[in-house]
Structure formats: C-alpha cells, structure tokens
Design a protein around this ligand. Structure first.
Ligand code: KG4
Ligand code: ZN
Length: 373
C-alpha cells in the first residue's frame, strides 16, 4: 500500500510516499525557518501562507523522488491536528482535493501519533527493514508543543503515563535559546552551543516531582534567566531592531556571558529528568522497547543519556530494553511519519469521511476513538 502523506501543522511543508507503513520512498520537507527566524518563533499567518505556496511543489517533488505518478498512490494521508489552525487547513483541504480527485481513501492523522510511528520507518537507501518495535513499549514524545510519556500496548493503543505540567521540552529549549540570544529553532542551537561547554559548570534545578511520570520545565527556565540577568546590558530605548535578524541586532549582553556552559548545563538539566523518568517507567512496566519521538529526539545527548540510564537502572544481570530512535530526518516534522502512521490507522478501519475537520488542540487518543476515524 503506497501512501502519500502531507504535513502542514506548523512551520514545515512536507510530503512523502511510504510503502506499507515502513519503507520511505520519498520524503520532502520545505522548511519555513527563514520565514520565521527574524521573529524568533513561528508566526501563524505566515506559516499558513507559506504552506499555500509550497505544498503543490513539495508534493510534485515527492512523486519525482519516489519515481511515481499520482496514479500509483493508493491512499492520501494528512495531519489534522494538533497544530496551528490556519496551517492545518491548508494541508487537510489539499489532501481532500487529492483524495477526491484520485478517488482514493483519505486518512486524517494525529500529529503526535505520527511522531511515534516515525520509529517504524526505514530510511530510503537502507537495504532491509529492521524489525518493528516490540510491544509493550514506552515512548517519550518530546516536541515543541508536547512532552508525554506513553505506554503503547499495540497499534493504536496508548496509555498516558505522564506529561509536562507547564512548558514542553522543545519549548524549554526554544525559550532558553531566546534568553541566550541564540538562533531559532532553539533546540539545535542549544545543542551546538552545549558541545563546547561543561554540563556541570552551572547548578540548575531538576523538577523531579516525586515518583510520578510528570515533568516541569518552567522553574529551570527561570533559574537560567537568573544566571543570565547580571550580564544583560540596559536596553537601548530608541532603537527598534525587531525587524533585524537576531545576529544583526546590537549586543544585549556585556562580555563574559558563559554561553556554552549555560547551554550545556541547561541541556543536561532537561535531559536528566527525561532520561531518569523514561527509564524508570520502562523498567517498572516491563517494556520490550523504549522509543524516543518528536523534534527533541534529534538531540544526541538525550539519546545517549536515555540509553545509559536504562543500563544503569536495570537490575544487575538483566538486559535493559533496547532504545529505538527514528533516523534524524524523521524526528523533526516530516510527512513520512504521517504516511507511515496512516497504514496502521487504515488497517484498523480508520478511513476519514469527506466531512473531516481540523483539530488544533487534538490530544493523543486511541485510534478509533477519534471522530474522524
Ligand atoms: O516535532 P517538532 O519538529 O515540531 C513539533 O511538533 O513541535 O519539534 C520541534 C521542537 C523545537 O522545539 C526544537 O527546538 C526541538 O524540537 N528540537 C531540538 C533539537 N532539534 C529540534 N531540541 C533539542 N535538540 C535538538 N537537536
Ligand atoms: Zn511535530
């Protein structure tokens, strides 16, 4: 089954073709980073307009990359939520038009479920699909809008173990980058800066919140702000530099701000809590695999730390459940994960009707429980 997937929930316009939920035939992502960078974050209307202009060229590029025509596509899948309303509308309407015109099934996909199913994908050019993740599994889903620890007992069967009580992990990275005047998006910028720093240089708090599986990152952000504040120069009251890219704006810190050490210490504080709680949940629940998903799963330090923590927490003599991570290009937003998830959703009877709507605040629900499924 060849699925054409579309993804327009935030600031990436993406199209992909995936066979049978696993083999990626094409994966094209047009990033809007340049469009939003000067604003330090995503501007919803600009994002929606960007999708309007980019989507058809991106779909054509995906078909060319897959060496297929529209007639070879069996199913059209699209993210219907959560995400920015205007951005989602562009993708959902385009997918409806394509599916209607081709007389093929339409599948609407939960963006969070798609991130999880990125772990089933096998990248283009790799010889044989590796074995699929084994159930039960524990997945740490860490993106710009979500931080959730999920128990998955079968396809489409999710139990929430914990979630963030305030900022998402990716949001925390983005805010920390903004405080340090690093570029947008913040996660990769913090990771790059942290590479030259000492994670033990600055003592930053970890919100353990007792034995539960919830997270909190807002206190950490405030602690980082307190470290940075003594270096802040008084603002220039007459200068409106908001139209300039951050790197062209006048300096806002006096010399000596230990950017690398602060970035490394911040990253370590976020990762510590994510890794310890994920490993604890996985071992307590007898998970056979541990998965990472979402944009923050691209972080190399997080991958290494979760793996190490599983080994450290496993009882002596026992083998910890293996960590699975999606290939890097399927961690941040892409359409291959949408096309991949659609195969499993459709197998469970999840075809959408033509009345399918967008769901900007959609939560992760068991497949079949959603209204458009
Ligand atoms: O999954 P995603 O692409 O979009 C959402 O669904 O939100 O995740 C984007 C988030 C951003 O907050 C970004 O800063 C973060 O993922 N991110 C990272 C890294 N790459 C992206 N965070 C930490 N380290 C990275 N290497
Ligand atoms: Zn995402």
């Amino acid at each position: 089954m060849r699925v054409l997937g579309l993804e327009t929930s935030c600031d990436e316009t993406a199209a992909a073709v995936v066979s049978d939920g696993r083999r990626v035939r094409a994966n094209v992502v047009a990033s809007q980073i340049a469009l939003h960078q000067r604003h330090g974050g995503v501007v919803p209307e600009l994002a929606a307009r960007g999708h309007v202009t980019a989507l058809i060229p991106v779909v054509r590029a995906a078909l060319v990359e897959a060496d297929l025509t529209m007639a070879d596509i069996d199913v059209v899948a699209v993210t219907s939520g959560p995400g920015l309303a205007g951005a989602l509308l562009v993708g959902v309407n385009a997918a409806k038009a394509l599916a209607y015109g081709l007389d093929k099934p339409l599948v609407t996909i939960n963006h969070l479920e798609a991130h999880i199913y990125a772990n089933w994908l096998t990248a283009t050019g790799t010889p044989e699909p590796v074995s699929a993740p084994a159930f039960p599994l524990v997945c740490l889903l860490v993106s710009g809008g979500h931080t959730e620890l999920i128990l998955m007992t079968g396809h489409g069967h999710y139990t929430h173990l914990g979630r963030t009580l305030d900022d998402a992990a990716g949001e925390a990275f983005d805010k920390a980058a903004r405080l340090l005047a690093l570029s947008y998006p913040g996660g990769p910028a913090i990771e790059r800066a942290a590479a030259g720093g000492n994670p033990d240089a600055v003592a930053l708090p970890r919100a353990w919140l007792g034995d539960n599986h919830d997270f909190s990152f807002s206190g950490l952000k405030t602690a980082l702000l307190r470290e940075i504040d003594p270096y802040r120069l008084p603002a220039e009251p007459t200068l409106d530099d908001s139209a300039l890219f951050p790197e062209h704006r006048p300096p806002i810190f006096r010399a000596g701000l230990p950017v690398a050490d602060l970035a490394a210490s911040f990253q370590a504080a976020v990762i510590d809590v994510l890794a310890v709680k994920t490993a604890r949940a996985a071992l307590a629940l007898g998970a056979r695999n541990v998965l990472l998903a979402g944009g923050v799963a691209a972080n190399a330090a997080l991958r290494a730390r979760v793996s190490a923590e599983l080994g450290a927490q496993a009882p002596p003599g026992s083998t910890p459940p293996p960590l699975r991570v999606p290939p890097l290009e399927y961690c941040t937003d892409n359409a291959a994960m949408v096309a991949g998830a659609a195969y499993y959703v459709l197998r469970q009877g999840g075809q959408a009707g033509w009345e399918a709507d967008i769901h900007p605040r959609l939560a992760l629900v068991a497949t079949g429980a959603g209204t458009d499924r």
